[in-house]
Design a protein around this ligand. Structure first.
Ligand code: CP
Length: 305
């Protein structure tokens, strides 16, 4: 039995296989309509979510399965003090697979040690978000046709942005990927990613506060929201929240085939005027998340189609 806690739990070959299955689902949805008949997915979300929880649930329904959902910590017995270990031991009696989001880093890992069904990390604090990375990889694959030979800019909250951490880990395994890290000084990438992933693998990178200066060299621009919920005081959040706002004029010197990604939700960091630019991929990216979650559920439940 396998869980997915960190994107590096999946080999490059397994990522290729998931992308291939997701593309097959996109082309042949009927083939998968009963693949998970009588299987149940439990979504245990102890932090707010729109895309991740609902795309997991849509994924399971489109595979012919059913869903049990805890959408809010206050509505589960976690509010009475039940431990994560006890919660998932019990959920293992009711569901075949669990997707968990939690504000505490490592909580889904603890869940995976105690559950008797696969556990999927659906976002743990400011740490990791591997299934968002699956959505990001399918998007890059469909938009760019490759993972190698890319200059990828990450802009915004690189400190608390868990999607950034997981995507850098994933892309670190491909050839000739250059990272351009754009953030205010206070929101720089944490050392466990910069040192243990980028520097340890001798990957090319630059750090800057100036998005417009680096814009012309980017193949992919991954914008992120400043993560209000991770700040200790509101004053710092208010000072930093609008550090970067992507508007059409800032894209004038960008490549004509730039791909603009954002895990969403967005607040102010991408103007809605950018949405009609064909280079804006973020709504396609949200849809891709559903297909990759379908592929992942099939893989972890060992369902052959
Ligand atoms: N990208 C993402 O995790 O969105 P939600 O918080 O809405 O799930």
């Amino acid at each position: 039995m396998r869980s997915l806690i960190n994107i590096l739990d999946l080999s490059v070959e397994e990522l290729d296989e998931l992308i291939s299955v997701a593309n097959d689902i996109i082309g042949n949805p009927d083939k998968y309509a009963d693949a998970c008949k009588r299987k149940k997915l439990a979504t245990l979300f102890f932090e707010p979510s729109t895309r991740t929880r609902l795309s997991f649930e849509a994924a399971m329904y489109e595979l012919g399965g059913n869903v049990l959902s805890v959408a809010d910590a206050k509505s589960s017995s976690a509010a009475k003090g039940e431990s994560i270990a006890d919660t998932v031991k019990v959920m293992s009696c009711y569901a075949d697979i669990i997707a968990m989001r939690h504000p505490k880093e490592g909580a889904p890992y603890v869940a995976s040690l105690n559950a008797s069904v696969p556990v999927i990390n659906a976002g743990d604090g400011g740490h990791n978000h591997p299934t968002q990375t699956l959505a990001d990889l399918l998007t890059i694959s469909r938009e760019k046709g490759r993972f190698s030979d890319l200059t990828v800019g990450f802009c915004g909250d690189l400190k608390f942005g868990r999607t950034v951490h997981s995507l850098i880990q994933a892309l670190s395994r491909y050839d000739n990927v250059k990272f351009v890290l754009v953030s205010p000084d206070e929101l720089k990438l944490p050392s466990y990613i910069k040192n243990d992933v980028i520097k340890a693998n001798k990957l090319e990178y630059v750090q800057t506060t100036d998005l417009e200066k680096v814009m012309p060299e980017l193949d992919v621009l991954y914008m992120t929201r400043v993560q209000k919920e991770r700040f200790f005081n509101e004053e710092d959040y208010l000072r930093l929240k609008d550090s970067y706002i992507l508007t059409p004029d800032k894209l004038i010197n960008a490549k004509s085939d730039l791909s603009i990604l954002h895990p969403l939700p967005r607040v102010n960091e991408i103007s809605v005027a950018v949405d009609k630019d064909p280079r804006a991929c973020y709504f396609r990216q949200a849809l891709n998340g559903k297909y990759m979650r379908m592929a992942l559920i099939l893989k972890l439940l060992e369902v052959e189609v």
